[in-house]
Design a protein. Structure first.
Lengths: 276, 249
């Protein structure tokens, strides 16, 4: 199986999940920037680490739900509700589980509650007057791969849904609270402005364009309210500057094969604004 | 016929309007600003922003450049207007008082001794005007190298030239920069957060997207219409003729 680095610069559909998420030294991505932001040493450790990390339960839920919304046929073929087998500390429950899984083949087993929530969330998106139209006439999981002109580093992004005719990318998010104040906090905590800028830059680098980058946020619990957000140009500008800075830092680390952690000097600590 | 040079593109032979010098000039400039602000060819900071365009008109009059060139080359960084370095160099080259800026390198490339100074000759007396030397050691000690997204690491030669030109202008022709810094200097002070978002990455209108998705007509704001007479210029001098007032009629 070829690696992501063997794909040529351009737009790619159907890049296998494992291939896309393969970690390669010097490959710029949102995940790489997150690690690099902490320190080059953390980035290098992540690169050298176990690629088969299963991720968190929330990530597993998010991945399954994405599939439910964007690729319903694959979802029905790949995911199945697993019944409650009872206390899995008992031999009987374990045997029941193993027997049931053997009968259901290589599927992804989803608890009944989660499946019900996913179906309700998907229905909420389909019922939303704008979100339903955004997720039409496009392609799911579209990957852009390009070579950064300034540093020569390869870069990658993958948008949840891309509608070329509208020059629009959709980022699906599941959330406990999709209200504006809560999502604003999430955007700051998870660096969504960096994601936005990286996606725009990536698609632009391969001759495509993203005029609209819209977050479709759906709450996990009833009433499964849906909210749509797009970032202000000033924040995208900050994200773009962050991407440029990260690329330069990564290029320097690669060139020197030097992966420092935190500064060795004593740093003066200032309390955050909310505590000062 | 000589081909136009880059410096020729940056200037205008027409008389520019000093927007704030008189009431009639202000009204004329306001009309021009209104027209320019509705164009989608001007940078976003000026679209539908008549006050910003008025300032650009005033700056263009001060330095003798076209309004469009000013708008294309004036960045607002952390609230401060800043010239792009290439534009500042073009303005110096086109001002007519000096020969075009040239750059002389000193020291050893790749070391901290490597430096650059801008030079030009005063056309009136032929005296050479030597700008201050900018070196990599200076860039290091001033902290320019370590700012987020610093271009000094990746393109030091260009940054040496740009900074040498900025220093030269500050010493020999400060009236051309109007005392403003270059965008590169501002980036060195504030870090890469001052990096301009490329035009191709500027987001589209969410209202337009909503209207497109819902199939409803896009509600465009009505253009500002000012009830003013057309601009008249003197046929010989090209100067703006102030509109006639009621009292004069």
């Amino acid at each position: 199986m070829k690696t992501i680095l063997e794909y040529h610069d351009g737009i790619h559909k159907n890049v296998p999940h494992d291939v896309y998420h393969g970690r390669h030294l010097g490959l710029v991505s949102k995940s790489a920037i997150e690690r690099l932001d902490r320190s080059p040493a953390h980035y290098k450790t992540w690169i050298d680490g176990d690629v088969s990390d299963v991720g968190t339960l929330a990530q597993a839920f998010g991945g399954a739900w994405h599939c439910s919304v964007l690729e319903p046929e694959r979802f029905e073929a790949s995911y199945v509700v697993e019944p409650d087998h009872g206390d899995l500390r008992t031999k009987a429950a374990k045997a029941a589980r193993d027997e049931w899984r053997a009968a259901n083949g290589c599927k992804v087993y989803v608890p009944e509650d989660d499946m019900a929530a996913m179906r309700a969330m998907t229905a909420a998106v389909r019922a939303h007057p704008l979100a339903s139209k955004m997720l039409a006439n496009g392609e799911p999981e579209v990957t852009a791969i390009w070579t950064d002109e300034e540093t020569g580093l390869r870069c990658k992004t993958r948008t949840d849904y891309y509608v070329e005719s509208r020059r629009m990318a959709v980022d699906l998010k599941s959330a406990d609270d999709a209200s504006l104040p809560a999502f604003r906090r999430s955007a700051a905590n998870y660096g969504y402005h960096i994601t936005d800028a990286l996606y725009r830059a990536g698609f632009g680098a391969v001759g495509k364009r993203i005029d609209h980058y819209v977050f479709v946020v759906v709450e996990k619990k009833p009433p499964h309210a849906v909210a749509l957000y797009s970032l202000h140009a000033d924040d995208i500008q900050k994200g773009y500057a962050h991407v440029l800075s990260a690329k330069l830092k990564l290029a320097e680390c690669v060139r020197n094969d030097d992966w420092p952690a935190y500064p060795v000097t004593i740093q003066t600590l200032a309390l955050p604004p909310w505590a000062a | 016929m000589n081909e136009p040079t880059s410096s020729a593109l940056a200037t205008t032979e027409e008389k520019s309007i000093s927007a704030f010098s008189s009431e009639s000039n202000f009204k004329t400039a306001q009309r021009m600003a209104n027209a320019l602000a509705t164009s989608n060819l001007v940078p976003q900071a000026y679209q539908n922003n008549i006050p910003n365009v008025l300032i650009a008109i005033e700056l263009s009059a001060r330095i003798g450049a076209s309004v469009f060139a000013v708008m294309q080359n004036l960045d607002i960084i952390h609230g401060n207007p800043s010239w792009r370095s290439k534009f500042l160099i073009a303005t110096v080259n086109a001002c007519g008082r000096f020969t075009p800026l040239r750059f002389r390198y000193e020291g050893v490339e790749g070391t901290e001794t490597w430096g650059c100074r801008a030079v030009a000759k005063d056309k009136e007396d032929g005296e050479e005007c030597r700008g201050p030397l900018v070196t990599m050691a200076m860039a290091k000690s001033e902290g320019w190298l370590t700012k987020n997204g610093s271009k000094w690491k990746t393109m030091p030669e260009l940054m040496l030239m740009y900074r040498a030109a900025a220093f030269w202008t500050r010493v020999y022709a400060p009236e051309l920069s109007l005392g403003m810094s270059t965008s590169d200097e501002m980036s060195d002070v504030h870090g890469a957060s001052s990096v301009e978002l490329p035009t191709a990455l500027v987001p589209g209108s969410t209202k337009d997207l909503e209207a497109e998705l819902l199939g409803t007509p896009v509600a465009k704001p009505a253009p500002v219409v000012l009830d003013m007479p057309p601009i008249e210029r003197h046929p010989d001098t090209g100067e703006i003729v102030p509109p006639a007032t009621d009292a004069a009629q």
